[in-house]
Design a protein around this ligand. Structure first.
Ligand SMILES: *[C@@H]1O[C@H](CO)[C@@H](O)[C@H](O)[C@H]1NC(C)=O
Ligand SMILES: *[C@@H]1O[C@H](CO)[C@@H](O)[C@H](O)[C@H]1NC(C)=O
Ligand SMILES: *[C@@H]1O[C@H](CO)[C@@H](O)[C@H](O)[C@H]1NC(C)=O
Ligand SMILES: *[C@@H]1O[C@H](CO)[C@@H](O)[C@H](O)[C@H]1NC(C)=O
Length: 381
């Protein structure tokens, strides 16, 4: 039994009586002493988040990376705390999923030195803008944190801390947390499609490699005790303003269409990811995974913007810097940010994130959430 020095005497006492009462399990695994009704006990206690800039909430602020930071205005112009490192004008999809789950707090970023002790009991966000599933994706942006490093940070740094805080092993506590993974877009946009490799791997082989690596990471989280997983699809990466600018020069007169080869790659990855949800279950008994098709949700908005209240599906809302991806430091923004799909050259506005989070949580369409929505996932034992 793991009982750390940090566990409070009250918690020890609680555990002692728990042993008397229940025989088996020592620990309440309650995050705080305010555990109340049994109804509350079914709710999740927080989220552990892994991935790229779409879900990064400030990790890159603390890294020595010059090209993948969003800690300056106009990022955060609509966020209660101002610029925070989120790559959008307001909340990102994780914040909004947290709102749907009524968490009532923001998940702290791992690289913030204050994210330790009692701060980790509601989960931690490890996501790093510019990173990918492959370790070398992101080398373009500098020392970003790859998915495998993010998961090692979870295992090696957070887990011992969490076990000390909760006074129990991770296999007891982790089933009550959501594990959200959103990675892979950069492996295509800033790795595969930028490679100068004279004999590149086929898209099929590259995608198979990504899915194989991702499934190995999921199994690591499962082995530690993770049971509830949310897998975010890739977005339509060929529809971003920067992708259109970079990959469409041949079709100058067709500014409105998306870069098909990027979208086809995302499509291929997403189909494999969706299949993985079923295929991996025998290796992860008693776990549940939800595939969130943010690709479809965004594609539907772009195809029919008026029905969801958008009017600009192609130009960045902020004034972008030279490379065309990030907002210019201190640059201007569009007047009405709820009308734009893209905030900068790559990332959606909060208004789009709202649609993704709402559908992730409550959609009844298997084309949007598979095989169930996050509300149903959270309601499972
Ligand atoms: C527990 O629930 C009761 C009734 O809802 C409430 O009055 C009380 O403040 C709660 N206690 C804690 C510690 O949250
Ligand atoms: C950050 O990167 C720059 C340029 O590569 C380097 O000169 C500097 O020493 C680095 N700083 C830290 C704290 O690692
Ligand atoms: C590919 O080649 C171009 C031109 O030589 C170079 O500018 C670019 O950095 C190279 N890309 C990578 C990913 O090495
Ligand atoms: C932005 O546009 C929406 C939709 O047309 C409208 O409801 C809202 O009032 C506008 N906001 C501002 C600040 O103009």
């Amino acid at each position: 039994m793991l009982m750390s020095k940090k566990a409070s005497p009250n918690l020890l006492l609680l555990c002692f009586f728990s042993v008397l009462a229940h025989g088996l399990s020592c620990c309440y695994c309650s995050s705080t002493s305010s555990t109340n009704s049994s109804r509350e006990d079914n709710k999740i206690k927080g989220m552990f988040v892994f991935g790229s800039s779409l879900v990064d909430n400030g990790n890159n602020n603390f890294l020595n990376v010059s090209m993948a930071k969003a800690d300056y205005s106009p990022y955060g112009i609509d966020f209660p705390l101002g610029p925070s490192g989120r790559f959008t004008n307001g909340k990102n999809v994780i914040d909004l999923l947290g709102d749907q789950l009524k968490l009532g707090y923001y998940i702290p970023p791992f690289t913030n030195p204050s994210t330790k002790g009692s701060k980790v009991v509601h989960g931690v966000n490890y996501a790093s803008g510019g990173s990918g599933i492959l370790d070398d994706t992101g080398s373009l942006a500098g020392k970003v944190i790859s998915l495998s490093r993010q998961i090692r940070n979870f295992e090696e740094v957070t887990l011992p801390d969490l076990e000390a805080q909760l006074g129990c092993g991770s296999r007891e506590s982790l089933p009550k947390y959501l594990f959200v993974v959103g990675s892979g877009g950069n492996d295509y946009s800033f790795n595969y499609f930028l490679s100068n490799d004279t004999s590149p791997a086929s898209l099929e082989a590259f995608t198979t490699n990504l899915i194989t690596k991702l499934s190995a990471q999921l199994k690591r989280l499962y082995d530690k005790g993770g049971r509830k997983f949310v897998l975010m699809s890739l977005n339509p990466i060929g529809c971003t303003p920067v992708a259109k600018a970079m990959h469409q020069s041949a079709k100058k007169n067709n500014k409105a269409s998306c870069a098909q080869k990027l979208n086809q790659a995302a499509h291929l990855f997403n189909n494999r990811l969706k299949s993985l949800v079923d295929a991996i279950k025998p290796q992860m008994p008693a776990s549940n995974l939800v595939f969130v098709n943010s690709y479809k949700i965004i594609r539907d908005i772009i195809r029919n913007p008026a029905s969801t209240g958008f009017s600009d599906t192609s130009s960045p809302c902020c004034e972008v810097a030279t490379i065309g991806v990030l907002c210019k430091r201190g640059g201007s923004t569009c007047a009405n940010r709820t009308l734009h799909v893209f905030f900068d050259g790559l990332h959606p506005t909060e208004a789009v994130n709202v649609h993704i989070a709402r559908n992730a949580y409550a959609s009844n369409s298997k084309n949007e959430v598979y095989p169930m929505n996050v509300r149903e996932l959270v309601g499972l034992n």
